[in-house]
Ligand binder design. Sequence first.
Ligand code: HH2
Length: 256
Amino acid sequence: MGVVNVTPDSFSDGGRYLDPKAAVARARQLAQDGADIVDIGGESTRPGAAPVSEEEELKRVLPVLQEVKHLPVSIDTRRPGVMQAVLAAGASMINDVEALAAPGALEAVARSGCAVCLMHKKGEPATMQRDPRYRDVVGEVKSFLKERVKTAMSSGIEAARIVVDPGFGFGKTAAHNLELLRRLKEFAALRVPLLAGLSRKSTLEKLTGRPVEERLAGSLAMALLALQGGATILRVHDVRETRDVIAVWQAFRGNL
Ligand code: HH2
């Protein structure tokens, strides 16, 4: 899954793809580089980000979606109004960092035939990194996702349409993220595909000391660890390079 942020303030590519033409070109490039899904977002959810209005979010994502809807497009949103509009405009997947918690979100997804990513986060983007605490991060994230899968299914969203994501960096310290990564295999118990988003995230700054534009090597190491832990969808900014990691992983596993 390749990332296109149509925002002025995303942590790694903010401002680069705010112009719809640049965002469309980026989406096409990611697909050419080997992305199976292009994830388009109109609101930054990085720690400390300010929320945007529904109108503004739609103004950012719709023109881009119109141009690339022949590709499998996921829209990164937590607003039911945005979900409805983008599904009507041809989006194939909703990627919701709030796991369809907003009133009307479950219904918007259930009514369509789209896929959905249910992600865990603790707290709100504005404050979630202040002092996140867990007694057992893996246990808490897992039982949250288990409950959201159950709720989604009882709202009419079939299991075959659902993927889950532990939400690396969303109300989690570097130690929490590493614990999740070490025990990622335990999420197989949820019996739906696992998505992991570790690309360029600030845990890599903690581990390597590198600024965001120098985190490719760290991101690729994280991608390999996520594959080893059973992730089958990697949400990344550097698709071409991550494809190579996947090729090596698959060969190692004997699929050559
Ligand atoms: N991470 C980000 C945004 N959306 N969605 C899922 N499912 N999983 C993630 O880990 C995830 C996500 C944050 O990264 P990015 O989109 O690059 O930045 P920003 O939120 O600042 O736009």
